[in-house]
Design a protein around this ligand. Structure first.
Ligand SMILES: *Cc1c(COP(=O)(O)O)cnc(C)c1O
Length: 379
């Protein structure tokens, strides 16, 4: 890398766009020509591709990943009096969606090595929630930073208690667990096509996946104002939550590149893992799991200084997330597990996400690794 080359990007969407710009232009033009901007043919085509790619029986697109969570919970009639277990260390949308429905987000702790929900903490939370007189109704297992949560263990605990399992796969689209693709597991899965997610569009977008045909029918109705069989027939209270046809057209083109991008992300993650000084807490991926590597996140006890040092070298890095949800003013009033959310409260002081995208230049990555290791050596 010469000193005149472009600065390293945290997530470089323009490098990806350069590879497929003519195809994107043609796809958008096609939509402008046919003019079916809402629920046009590309939406259905993209949903068919999602079914094929994920192995889920049904894929229903919607306006964004937050709506996707809300729609899935609505399909299960979750509302006031219901507790929905959510990890305390996640993006706010995971807790926001049950709260919007009048349900109670109930905070559970996470595991320090995978950042995902701790099954032991979940078990305790179920007991605690009954003592508070709440009805334990669903758990939202987040696949944080792209790594699928331990869905089998969580499902075993949840189904034992008649609790539904919703997987928040906003960051893990494309990942696999025991050769099952994200989307095909749990009682339902949601994802987001926000630009910076592993599969992103050029605006907002999301999807709900389910293997249950009855749930799929209700989800389809909910995203379209609670529609019935006929147009202007409204059989339930729904939402206006559709994926724009233009975004579906863009996603169809991006999906073609996506399998190769997943391989590139894996290669970059391995490069970080083998190159970085092992005194840092490096991300651990469970056996039989393939992460989508939405983020490459390490732990450092000198995180703030490490971030400053990288910044002085023009290397961007981001703290996902600077607070756990039980530390957020908007969410402090909600209950949490009696054994505490210690790990969730600790992680915000230690996590640092390094540049991660499929087109990260190998020389750039080598420079990042060197600068991080140099800092560790000196401190
Ligand atoms: C991004 C994200 C969401 C929300 O997706 P949007 O499309 O931005 O609404 C939900 N959960 C997690 C874990 C996310 O990272």
């Amino acid at each position: 890398m010469s000193e005149y080359s472009a600065p390293t990007q945290f997530i470089d969407l323009s490098a990806q766009q350069k590879l497929i710009r003519p195809q994107i232009d043609a796809a958008i033009k096609k939509v402008l020509d046919h003019g079916q901007y809402i629920m046009g043919p590309e939406v259905k085509e993209f949903e068919d591709q999602l079914v094929e790619f994920t192995g889920a029986k049904h894929a229903l697109t919607c306006a964004n990943g937050t709506d996707a969570l809300t729609i899935a919970l609505m399909a299960w009639r979750i509302g006031p009096g219901d507790a929905v277990f959510v990890p305390s260390f996640t993006y706010v949308a995971t807790a926001e969606s049950p709260a919007q429905l009048g349900a109670t987000p109930f905070f559970v702790d996470v595991l320090e090595d995978t950042f995902n929900i701790d099954p032991v903490s979940l078990k305790q939370a179920i007991v605690d929630c009954r003592k508070l007189g709440l009805n334990p109704s669903a758990v939202i297992a987040v696949d944080l930073f792209g790594q699928p949560a331990d869905v089998d263990r969580i499902t075993e605990i949840a189904h034992d208690e008649n609790i539904k399992v919703l997987i928040d796969g906003a960051q893990s689209f494309g990942a696999t667990s025991k050769n099952r693709r994200v989307g095909s597991m749990g009682d339902a899965t949601t994802t987001s096509f926000f630009p910076a997610k592993p599969l992103g569009c050029y605006g907002d977008g999301g999807a709900v996946f389910t293997n249950n045909p009855e749930d799929a029918r209700i989800i389809d109705s909910l995203r379209l104002h609670g529609k019935g069989e006929q147009k202007y027939d409204n059989v339930r209270i729904g939402m206006n939550s559709r994926l724009d046809t233009i975004q579906a057209a863009i996603l169809l083109e991006k999906l073609k590149l996506f399998p190769e991008e997943l391989c590139k992300r894996e290669k970059i993650a391995r490069q970080y893992n083998s190159g970085l000084n092992i005194s840092l807490g490096l991300p651990r991926v469970d056996q039989n799991i393939q992460s989508a590597w939405a983020q490459y996140t390490l732990l450092s006890s000198r995180r703030d200084r490490l971030q400053e040092t990288l910044k002085s070298e023009n290397i961007p890095s981001v703290v996902y997330y600077p607070k756990s949800l039980t530390q957020q003013d908007g969410y402090k009033k909600f209950p949490k597990v009696s054994s505490g959310t210690k790990i969730s409260n600790l992680l915000p002081n230690k996590v640092l996400s390094l540049p991660m995208h499929p087109n990260l230049d190998p020389d750039d990555q080598q420079r990042i690794i060197e600068k991080v290791n140099l800092f560790e050596l000196k401190n």
